[in-house]
Design a protein around this ligand. Structure first.
Ligand code: HPA
Length: 246
C-alpha cells in the first residue's frame, strides 16, 4: 500500500472524521516542523496529516519550515502528498469555492529555504522541474472529482507569492499576463522539496476569493473563510476517495 499524506492549509487545520492512531513530534535536521504528524484512519484507510500553518493556525506562509515538513513526511515513509491550499482566483473559471488541480507553477516567492541540496548535505543536484506535479497523483485527484461529481479545473498555473499580504491589483494583472490562473502563498518551495526527495506531490487548490482588483472593494478574511467552508466540503469528498484508493 502506498503511504499517503495530506498537508492541510488555511481552512483545513485538522481532518474531521479522522480516528487518530498516533502523533509524531519529530526533530528534523532542519528544525521543527509546523505541527505533529498525525497518523490516523479515515474509513479504515491510513493517512498522515500535517497542518501546514500549525494548529492553531499561526505560522505565516513565509515562516513555514517547508524543509522540516517534507523531510518529516519522507522520514515517516510517505510516498504521496496531496497538498490542500487556499488560493485567489485570477482567470474566469476560478470563482470562489471552485477547486483546481494545477499542472504548472510560477514561483514569485523569495528568501525561503528552498532546497535540500546545499551546504554539503547532498551533492549539488538540479532536479528536473519541467512538470512540477506528479501526473499520476493529479490523474487520481481528477478521477476522484469525477467519481464524487465535483466540478473541478483539471489544469491551471499556480502563481506563488511571498505574502503574507495579499497582492496589489497590478501584481494580479501581471500574474494574469504571465499565465497564472490562481495565486497562493505556500505552493513553493513545498512542491520542489517533495520532488527533490522523490515523492509524488499534487495540489488541490481551493479558491477563497477573487484576486486583488478583480472585483470592487476589499478582500476580507470573513469572505475568505466563508468561501473556504464551502470549498472544503468538496475537498473532504475528494480526500476520502483518494485515501481509499491509495
Ligand atoms: N492571494 C494569495 N494567496 C491567497 C489568496 C490571494 O488572493 N487567497 C487565498 N490565498
Amino acid at each position: 500500500m502506498t503511504k499517503l499524506a495530506i498537508i492541510g492549509g488555511t481552512g483545513l487545520t485538522q481532518l474531521s472524521d479522522l480516528t487518530i492512531i498516533k502523533r509524531d513530534k519529530l526533530n528534523t535536521p532542519y528544525g521543527p516542523p509546523s505541527a505533529d504528524f498525525i497518523t490516523g484512519e479515515l474509513n479504515q484507510n491510513e493517512v498522515i496529516f500535517l497542518a501546514r500553518h500549525g494548529n492553531p493556525h499561526t505560522i505565516a506562509p513565509h515562516k513555514i519550515n517547508y524543509r522540516a515538513n517534507i523531510w518529516g513526511l519522507k522520514h515517516l515513509g510517505v510516498e504521496q502528498i496531496v497538498a490542500v491550499a487556499a488560493v485567489g482566483g485570477i482567470t474566469e473559471k476560478m470563482v470562489p469555492a471552485h477547486i483546481a488541480v494545477p499542472d504548472q507553477i510560477i514561483d514569485y516567492s523569495h528568501d525561503r529555504f528552498h532546497t535540500f541540496f546545499e551546504d554539503g548535505n547532498y551533492p549539488v543536484t538540479h532536479i528536473d522541474f519541467t512538470y512540477p506535479y506528479s501526473q499520476k497523483l493529479r490523474s487520481a485527484l481528477i478521477s476522484a472529482a469525477a467519481n464524487a461529481n465535483v466540478n473541478i479545473s483539471p489544469i491551471g498555473t499556480y502563481g506563488c507569492t511571498q505574502g503574507p499580504r495579499l497582492e496589489t491589483a497590478a501584481e494580479i494583472k501581471r500574474m494574469e499576463r504571465d499565465g497564472c490562473d490562481v495565486v497562493g502563498m505556500t505552493g513553493m518551495p513545498e512542491a520542489a522539496l517533495a520532488k527533490e526527495l522523490g515523492m509524488d506531490y499534487a495540489t488541490l487548490s481551493v479558491v477563497a476569493n477573487w484576486g486583488a482588483g478583480k472585483t470592487d472593494g476589499e478582500i476580507t478574511m470573513e469572505e475568505i473563510e466563508q468561501h473556504l467552508r464551502v470549498g472544503m466540503a468538496n475537498i473532504m469528498k475528494l480526500l476520502k476517495i483518494i485515501i481509499a484508493c491509495t
